[in-house]
Design a protein. Structure first.
Length: 280
């Protein structure tokens, strides 16, 4: 009689089920580890900005081992409680962009001011070269301020005493000035000044009237050379803002003058109000 064969346990492949369960659990574990290790960029940036605003600027190196922790400013977020991913020691390695640094802003501003000052001086030097004969004759001078190039015309060359009628001999010089200014886009302000001696002409009530009339006379000469009217303005300052003492004839002669100021667009834009509207 044939002996029945004993069936071996596990010969049916049931071990594969256990193996598949283990592999599935391992896969799930590694997927979970990967998901919690991904940094939330927005959250990371928010905490970094909080630390930057709290401390003003962040150190570039992590604190030495054993150093006492730095207390956060009131209201600042705690990076240990609000951030998943890198520990706080990695956050303090972040540096603010150069554009956000107060030192960087100051340096950029200074560089811009230096560039603008250089451009003004170059413009003034060009006018000095082109008007060299009138300057050499003492009829005028070219000076600069922080934001303006000024053509300063003396009374001796331009107007008879107590009059706002320009001398014919000076008209060619004004024509040359107008041609030089017509190529630019600067705003042009013509200002008349006098000394402190009261005007004796019956035509003008005061030095204010005389200085304003002289400024308008120069303005009209510039306008006749096709300089756009919206670039031009005139004003009279009388005996105010002297450039020399009125104690003697020489000082008073220097104060009797007409100034043509060339004001670049950026200078108007930075005046109070900041909307670029002209402010004299």
């Amino acid at each position: 009689m044939k002996r029945p064969r004993r069936q071996r346990v596990g010969a049916g492949g049931s071990w594969l089920t256990t193996y598949a369960d283990m592999v599935t659990l391992l896969l799930t574990f590694f997927v979970l580890m990967l998901s919690i290790s991904v940094i939330d960029a927005e959250r990371y940036k928010a905490v970094a900005e909080t630390l930057r605003s709290s401390f003003g600027s962040l150190p570039t190196e992590a604190p030495a081992a054993g150093a006492s922790p730095v207390d956060l400013a009131p209201g600042a977020a705690d990076p240990d409680s609000s951030l998943e991913g890198p520990p706080p020691a990695q956050l303090i390695e972040l540096e603010a962009p150069p554009s956000l640094s107060p030192e960087g802003d100051t340096a950029s501003r200074q560089a811009l001011e230096d560039l603008r000052r250089q451009q003004l001086e170059e413009r003034a030097d060009e006018l000095r070269r082109r008007l060299a004969d009138a300057i050499a004759a003492g009829d005028m001078e070219v000076v600069t301020t922080d934001d303006t190039v000024i053509l300063r015309i003396t009374e001796k060359a331009s107007f008879p005493s107590g009059s706002a009628n320009m001398q014919e001999a000076f008209e060619p010089v004004i024509d040359r000035i107008a041609r030089e200014l017509s190529a630019s886009e600067d705003r042009i302000v013509v200002t008349g000044y006098t000394d402190d001696v009261p005007v004796r002409s019956g035509r003008y009530r005061s030095n204010w009237d005389l200085s304003a009339a002289r400024a308008v006379s120069v303005l009209m000469s510039l306008r006749d050379e096709n300089i756009e009217a919206d670039r031009l303005s005139a004003r009279g300052m009388g005996e105010n803002n002297p450039i020399a003492a009125n104690d003697d004839a020489a000082g008073r002669a220097r104060n009797r003058r007409v100034e043509i100021a060339l004001i670049p667009e950026w200078a108007d834009a930075e005046k109070p109000g900041g909307d670029g509207s002209p402010i004299d």
